[in-house]
Design a protein around this ligand. Sequence first.
Ligand code: PMP
Length: 378
Amino acid sequence: MTHYFDNAATTRPLKEALDAYEEVCLSHFGNPSSRHKTGFDASDILEESRRAILASLGVSKTHDLVFLSGATEANNLALKGAAFCYQNRGKKILYSPIEHPSVLAPIAQLSERFGFEAIPLKVDEKGLVSLEDLEAKMDKDVILVSVMGVNNETGTIEPISRIARIVHRFPKAFFHSDLTQAIGKVPMPFQDIDLFSFSAHKFGGMKGNGALLYKKTMRFLPLLSGGEQEKGLRAGTVDVAGAKAMAVALAEVEKSKASNLERMKILRESFVKKLLAIDEIVLNSPDESSPYVIDFSLSSHKASVVVEALSSRGYDVSSVSACSSKGEPSSYVLLAMGKDPRLAANPIRVSFLPSTKEEELDGFIDALKHILQEVRPL
Ligand code: PMP
């Protein structure tokens, strides 16, 4: 039996979401753009899903939503789409250096190829963005500020409301936040954020579905053109079943968010205590981080070897992050937080669910202890 402890990479779809997906595929399979009964029926499901997501997050009055293929596309549309649309206002983009690659790469592209100025913000040893640095770097030429809600490697929760307040002193600047690891897990001040992104498969929806939510007054240059779907913001036939499954999964996780968070805090505390009893472990996640993501480093073993050995003993966890594990020798997130390069090269990320049992944690700790004794140290 495999104990899956990599829920920050992806989750098993919720039964409710899968049921909704199947129902839409079988009974409401039309193309929502078609001008006939089957199409109108699919379009009704799509609009109902849109309204449900906005309502689940409490932003029906202020925000609109575009259905996309996931957070990667949402981050790309948020950054490139807004930058191209508002470039006459200014050319500066501020961002935290510990963002996901799907934020960092579009910003790099905008600066290297399209004349924007990309300015990184300082982060401290916990991964928290420096508000003083943000205040110092904000000016009338800044059009976008991008800071994630919860870091996907360390679980660091950024001070989103305070960041938004600083950004909004400048009426021409928009605040984008990648909320992929926050949605359905930790409270976020959605109203304060001009545009935010997420993927459904991180909270029990399907892979290949996500959304960008944006203040109704905002405009974007679409990245995909060739159709009027999604108000012209994203050409291509929309995955109605995936959108509905995302709405259902979101409603489920939002409903139990508070109780799940309490359960996760207990799990985290117990796990961290057991973990830190092992000599060579250094915890990378700050105390007040999201309990859904726990990151630690090995001071004298190679993390990739240990992760492989853990998997063969039935515990699936992640070294660095699934997105950057190919070809990325060290965690740039940990390096930006000022961690020792040796520790930054050997991180392990564990992400449980509220349903994870205490016995599973014990089994994991035992397996880890055995492996650290068996595997040759660095
Ligand atoms: N942002 C963050 C913070 C993430 O954790 C991920 C997934 N690892 C993404 C964006 C990208 O999500 P997806 O691969 O579903 O597009």
